[in-house]
Design a protein around this ligand. Structure first.
Ligand code: ADP
Ligand code: MG
Length: 238
């Protein structure tokens, strides 16, 4: 496992700065949620951590290794996206095995990883189905399965529940937390949903307009918000 560190990270698109000097420390095994309004830079931070976006200045470290310039596939991370982008023509098992196939993992190892992930996620009976034959929640689980089979040092989630209906969203919050308790993998989770952040996070990072406004445990943010923005956003009386 590994912790993650952002050290004075900056990002501009053209002349337009969107990340303006961000420092975050994430401990090994911690479940950290980046929360803030739409457009504040959450996905950009996560994409930089994943290596999908270059950083303009600063440093990102995964497990004490500076990863600037290291391609996504060599960062030992796995990302779960909002639109889970399953391959429609592949079965559940094939969807989960795909990244391992690209890495030319031995078949026995691949099968073992897929079966273990399926067992953890309750997908064992669905391995031969195709995405169109699954419910929204099941598809979300397959997307998580694709991340789990890679046994990464860090899980990244970008708004994984925002396409689900309210009831399923609540159920999946609990599932993702259980998964974290079971695997203990460092997790960086992005959402604009304060309730998701307050109920799921070990530690919350509140972002606003490209800067970190406050970092703290859910109750600390609620009891002692650093400023009016945090108070208003988290919903406590300022
Ligand atoms: P969030 O995930 O918090 O909603 P984003 O990280 O997606 O925010 O975006 C932060 C800001 O960066 C927004 O103003 C967005 O329009 C801008 N942005 C994101 N990606 C690009 C891009 N590829 N080119 C130009 N601007 C971008
Ligand atoms: Mg986003």
């Amino acid at each position: 496992m590994a912790g993650v560190e952002f050290v004075d990270v900056r990002k501009s698109f053209g002349a337009f700065p969107v990340i303006k000097g961000v420092n975050i420390e994430i401990a090994d095994g911690e479940f950290v949620i980046l929360v803030g309004p739409s457009g504040c830079g959450k996905s950009t931070l996560l994409r930089m951590l994943a290596g999908l976006e270059n950083i303009s200045a600063g440093e990102i470290r995964i497990g004490n290794r500076a990863v600037n310039g290291i391609p996504p596939g060599d960062r030992d991370i796995a990302m779960v996206f909002q639109n889970y982008a399953l391959y429609p023509h592949m079965s559940v098992a094939q969807n989960m095995a795909f990244s391992l196939m690209l890495k030319r993992s031995p078949k026995a190892d691949m099968d073992q990883r897929v079966n273990k992930a399926a067992e953890i996620l309750g997908l064992t009976k669905l391995l031969d189905r195709y995405p169109r034959q699954l419910s929204g929640g099941q598809r979300q689980r397959v997307a998580m399965g694709r991340a789990i089979v890679r046994d990464p040092q860090v899980f990244l989630f970008d708004e994984p529940l925002s396409n689900l209906d309210a009831k399923l969203r609540v159920a999946m919050r609990a599932e993702i937390k259980e998964l974290h308790q079971r695997l203990g993998t460092t997790t960086v989770y992005v959402t604009h949903d304060q309730i998701e952040a307050m109920t799921m996070a070990d530690k919350i990072v509140v972002m606003h307009d490209g800067v970190v406004e406050q970092v703290g445990k859910p109750l600390d943010l609620y009891d002692t918000p650093a400023n009016l923005f945090v108070a208003g956003f988290i919903g406590s009386p300022a």
